[in-house]
Each structure stands twice: as C-alpha cells, then as structure tokens.
Design a binder for this molecule. Structure first.
Ligand code: 13P
Length: 254
C-alpha cells in the first residue's frame, strides 16, 4: 500500500466559535475528492473539538486533531487536557511538540516521549513536529539536530508503535514568515529523516511513515512541495484559516 498523504491544518489559537463554524461549513460545502491514500486532519483549538468532530463525522478520510495533550493520565492538573479526554470526543490525531510549544511552554524531547506514549495508549495518532531554528541551519547542523529530535522522542517506540506516528518537519525560520523552504530543501531533510528512521527501524518501516512539511505552505506552493518524493503532505498554519486557500492546499496532494 502506498504511504498516506495528509493535508493537515493547524489553526493554532485563532478564530471564535462562530468563525470556526463558518470555516468548517465552507470547507465541507462541496465534496472534496480524495484518493485512497489521501487524508485531511484539522487541528482545531480544544473548545471546538466536539464541534469539528461532529461536522466531519460522515466524511471519509477526514479527521480532527487536538493541538496538544498533557503527559499525565488524569488528576489534579488544573487547566490541562488529557489524551483520554481528547480520544473520548472522537478525535483521531494530536499535534505534539510544535515549535511554538517547545519555545513558549518549554516542551523538551524527553517530555514529548511521555506525550507520545500517552497519546498512543489512548489510540490517538501523534503528529510529531520537529524542525530547526535559523541559527542551526546557518551553522549547517540542521540534519543532525532534527535527527536527534526524532531519536530522543521516538526511538523508545517499537516498530509497530512507530508505524502509528506521523512526522511533521517544520523549519522554524519558515513558520509564519512567508519564507518557505524550497522544495529541494524540504526533500533533502525529509530524505534524511527517512534514513534516520530506516537506520533504526529498517527501510520497510521507514517507508511507511508519512513525513509532512510545514512552514508557509499555501495554495500556490503546495503542489510543488508535496510533489517531492519524500514529502507526504503538509501541516499548514495561516493558509488553513481560509477555506478556499486550504482547499487548494488539499488539491496539491499528489
Ligand atoms: P504557517 O503555515 O502559518 O507558516 O505555520 C506553519 C505551522 O506552524 C503549522 O504547524
């Protein structure tokens, strides 16, 4: 079977409830044509998860993602949201380790192992984010740095567990800046990450893991980026907040 292709949205902390309703209605006003291996995942804010699950419940290949979950199962953690709560709503995915969470909420590779574990234990598909800052790329240390993020957060998993993970490579210098990695830069990193996975788990496993690109993806550049052999779709911020733009991104899946 061919590898999954995923157009994933990350709404981040945007939109009111009413705006979220309108965006979902606009997105699904017409049937979206998806081939057998193509999927859509919508990362919406926590308060809108139920709404979003309900809106897509009759749509094949469309799932909802939370943007985070806590490391612990339950208990006295005021303000946190557990993987079990998220899964109990019918949510399929959880975005973990986004660079904004690493930067503002000090999420470490180690903490992310716990989030990955609890997400998997609750049947959620983690969309594990990785990516380097500009200074690291300028020092030509990006391959090693991002490889290490995978190693430290994922390599405790068995091969069967790893096969449930989606990876999103998001170079920090390309997020929200309008400056995308070139298709070649994306392909080079994605091929590197697949090799890192293959060295640990074998080619057969590595070839099944979707690796998405994120960072200023929009309707006009999606097709070229997603067309690279090791790029299996995208994780899209700003351009996922407008229905017509995100529909164009979806149409860019190969
Ligand atoms: P932009 O698409 O707005 O650059 O954001 C990318 C991102 O961070 C998705 O998680």
């Amino acid at each position: 079977m061919a590898r999954k292709q995923i157009a994933a949205a990350n709404w981040k902390m945007n939109l009111t409830y009413q705006q979220a309703q309108s965006l979902l209605d606009e997105l699904f006003a017409h049937k979206i044509e998806l081939s057998q291996d193509q999927y859509i995942a919508l990362g919406v804010p926590f308060p809108y998860l139920s709404l979003a699950v309900d809106k897509v419940k009759n749509l094949d290949h469309v799932g909802i993602a939370a943007q985070n979950c806590y490391t612990q199962k339950s208990g006295a953690y005021t303000g946190e949201t557990s993987a079990e709560m998220i899964a109990s709503l019918g949510v399929q995915y959880v975005i973990l380790g986004h660079s904004e969470r690493r930067e503002y909420f000090l999420e470490s590779n180690q903490m992310l192992t716990e989030k990955i574990n609890i997400a998997l234990a609750n049947g959620l598909t983690p969309i594990f984010c990785c990516g380097e800052a500009l200074s690291i790329r300028e020092a030509n240390a990006h391959n090693e740095y991002v490889g290490q993020q995978l190693q430290e957060s994922l390599f405790h998993l068995s091969a069967d567990e790893l096969k449930k993970i989606v990876i999103a490579y998001e170079p920090i210098w390309a997020i929200g800046t309008g400056k995308t990695a070139t298709a070649e830069q994306a392909q080079e990193m994605h091929a590197h990450l697949r090799k890192v996975l293959a060295d640990q788990y074998g080619l057969e496993v590595a070839s099944q893991i979707p690796i998405l690109y994120g960072g200023s993806v929009k309707g006009s550049n999606a097709k070229e980026i997603f067309g690279q052999p090791d790029v299996d779709g995208g994780l899209v911020g700003g351009a996922s907040l407008k229905a017509d733009e995100f529909l164009q991104v979806i149409a860019g899946l190969k």
